[in-house]
Design a protein around this ligand. Structure first.
Ligand code: HSE
Length: 318
């Protein structure tokens, strides 16, 4: 195989109450990476489109490059890589807005490690690629959280029970759920949205939070969208981050009034997501949220889909 092209979808991390431990994938938008065998040893990034020139082309500074370098280093250590004689070149097409809360850096990173792994004959499984994709998150925001990369890689809902040791649980995909994602034309860096969080929480907030996380997982297993919606309630992170997103309170209110089962911040924001039980309801909620932002003269994009149960996919091989 000389080249492989891979699509990795947007993801909704946190899912309301489950900060840093739960995320799911949606159908679109997403990022596309083509990896090619190259005469130049190591990793090169020959092209990035759709980033307005903001991402580094230096593989040691680019999240996708860092992850592929970590993968290659591991494979060479295992004697599994043939990169001593050839290298890998990466082209990245950004379909995801940067700093949107839709797992933009994760989608690039995951697409790149999957493409590189394929080019090398797929020595590692999707699950085994996760730690390398997490290295990209460390570069992107200083914390190697997995609630975007894991669902982008594996699809569906993924729970991170533990980071050390890494223990990832793939949950069932609730077929009744429809997701509306609204991405306002604002930028919020994950690093900044993490800085506003308090370092300690009260016992009262913790009790509310673990009740909601448990109910969310129950709702996913029971395919009960209303229960999932109630369980998005977040006493710890949402109150701090909502202040960073102009129009958030009004858009959430509009979503709930339009019939959403629940609404919260997607990842670290500024995007929002809402859960409903039908495509028609998801579209209605999208219009309501978009109007709330438009009233503040903030433009936005709306994406409606079910949960993407397959995650990253190979779309072309040559
Ligand atoms: N769990 C991470 C956070 C996701 O909320 O900071 C970042 O997209």
């Amino acid at each position: 195989m000389r080249s492989v092209t891979v699509f990795a979808p947007a993801t909704v991390a946190n899912v309301g109450s489950a900060f840093d431990v739960l995320g799911f994938a949606v159908a679109a938008p997403g990022d596309t990476v083509t990896a090619r065998r190259s005469e130049k040893p190591g990793v090169t990034i020959s092209e990035i489109v759709g980033d307005n020139g903001v991402l580094s082309r230096d593989p040691h500074k680019n999240t996708a490059g860092v992850s592929v370098l970590a993968l290659i280093k591991h494979l060479e250590g295992q004697g599994l890589s043939s990169l001593a004689t050839t290298g890998i070149d990466i082209s990245l097409e950004k379909g995801l807005p940067i700093g949107s809360g839709l797992g933009s850096s994760s989608a690039s990173t995951v697409a790149a490690v999957v493409a590189a792994n394929e080019i090398l004959g797929a020595p590692l499984s999707r699950e085994e690629l996760l730690p390398f994709a997490m290295e990209g998150e460390r570069v992107a925001c200083g914390a190697a959280h997995a609630d975007n990369v894991a669902p982008a890689l594996l699809g569906g809902f993924v729970l991170i029970r533990s980071y050390d040791p890494l223990d990832v649980v793939h949950l069932p995909t609730p077929s009744n759920a429809w997701v509306t994602v609204l991405s306002p034309h604002l930028e919020l860096k994950t690093q900044d949205a993490r800085k506003v969080l308090k370092r300690s929480v009260s016992l009262e907030s913790a009790i509310s939070q673990w009740g909601n996380v448990a109910a969310l997982v129950a709702g996913i297993y029971q395919n009960d969208v209303r229960l999932m919606g109630r369980a998005l309630e977040d006493k710890i992170v949402e109150p701090e981050r909502a202040q960073l997103i102009p129009g958030y309170a009004a858009a959430k209110k509009a979503a709930l009034e339009a019939g959403a089962a629940g609404c919260s911040i997607s990842g670290s924001g500024p995007s929002l997501f809402a859960l409903t039980e039908s495509e028609a309801a998801a579209n209605t909620v999208g219009l309501a949220m978009r109007s709330a932002f438009a009233a503040l003269e903030i433009q936005s994009n709306v994406y409606v889909s079910q949960i993407n149960s397959t995650g990253t996919s190979v779309i072309h091989r040559e």
